[in-house]
Design a protein around this ligand. Structure first.
Ligand code: NAP
Length: 286
């Protein structure tokens, strides 16, 4: 079996086109563009690249994409003051604080300062609570993008065994609840899981969100499994690779996301979609 690649770039392009139409309709109706504000603290090279992509994608889709770049030595109070200002600003619909923050900053306090209705990363306790309750709310972009990919290939989750490897709030835990909502039987694996190979071998769907190149061996997969590789790892030669041994997995899986060009582009597309959702909900509540 040779797996079909799920083309995240092409799907993301379609999602961005949908967002652009909605952003235009929003502007016609409310006389302003949806506003997405991204806060970047410090000079982490990967974060700088991600933030530039978000800024560009926002303006191309007809949103106002503002980036607030703060020096690495920014204090908790300074960062909180900025987030509180954005929280009050009526032209700002979405606030995203790029993670990870420099070590001296208190991530929890900063996330808690984002009002749930502007939390386009879906990381505030309120939005995580709505997710676990199966209620509508702003949801994390990478898991939402992964779910959209599963929908695109027509993968029926009901009753299937889904293995999520990695339990971060941003990815692993959030997608586990989304899969559960679709009636999959979900297993959440992590660094203390015994027999990861055995868990992988039983799964109809494997979502890998760890950050270790080639952790999931192709030969572990159940033949015909669907593989969503969220991992982004930079190799010594500068190239990017996922958490799944792609060459091996292609031989056994039915569908697989490549890295790069898989989940990554979907994350940004879903962020824009969340920003328009936030803007619409904010206007509806005015
Ligand atoms: P994270 O917060 O570092 O979480 C990593 C998870 O992997 C943890 O739950 C950890 O378990 C688990 N883990 C570590 N070693 C393991 C092992 N040997 N076997 C099984 N599980 C293991 O990372 P994250 O933020 O979720 O990101 C995960 C990956 O996705 C990274 O490569 C990141 O760059 C990528 N990512 C991509 C996108 C995108 O847009 N495509 C977005 C976000 C993240 P413990 O909890 O036990 O420590």
């Amino acid at each position: 079996m040779t797996a079909q690649r799920i083309d995240g770039k092409a799907l993301a392009k379609r999602v961005r086109a949908e967002v652009a139409e909605r952003a235009q309709a929003f502007e016609q109706r409310f006389g302003r563009k949806p506003g997405l504000d991204v806060v970047l603290v410090g000079e982490d090279p990967a974060s700088q690249v991600y933030v530039r992509s978000k800024e560009r994608a926002a303006s191309r889709a007809g949103l106002i994409g503002n980036v607030h770049r703060l020096p690495a030595e920014t204090t908790n109070e300074q960062l909180l003051a900025l987030v509180r200002t954005l929280a009050q600003d009526a032209s700002v619909d979405g606030i995203l604080v790029q993670l990870p923050l420099p070590k001296h900053l208190d991530e929890t306090r900063v996330l808690d300062a984002i009002p749930p209705e502007k939390d386009v990363d879906g990381l505030t306790p309120h939005n995580l609570g709505l997710l676990t309750a199966g209620r509508k709310g702003l949801r994390a972009c990478t898991p939402s993008g992964s779910m959209r990919m599963l929908k695109e290939i027509g993968f029926e989750l009901e009753g299937k065994r889904a293995l999520v490897i990695g339990r971060s709030l941003l990815v692993g835990k959030s997608i586990a609840f989304m899969l559960l909502e679709k009636n999959a039987t979900v297993t959440l694996a992590h660094s203390r899981t015994q027999d990861l190979a055995g868990e992988v071998g039983r799964a109809d769907l494997v979502v890998a969100a760890v950050g270790r190149p080639g952790l999931v061996r192709g030969e572990w997969l159940k033949p015909g499994a669907v593989v969503i590789d969220v991992g982004i790892n930079r190799l010594e030669d500068g190239s990017l690779t996922g958490d799944v041994d792609f060459e091996g997995a292609v031989e056994r899986a039915s569908f697989i996301t490549p890295v790069p060009g898989g989940v990554g582009p979907m994350t940004i597309a879903m962020l824009l979609s969340n920003a328009v959702d936030a803007a619409e909900a904010i206007e509806a509540a005015r």
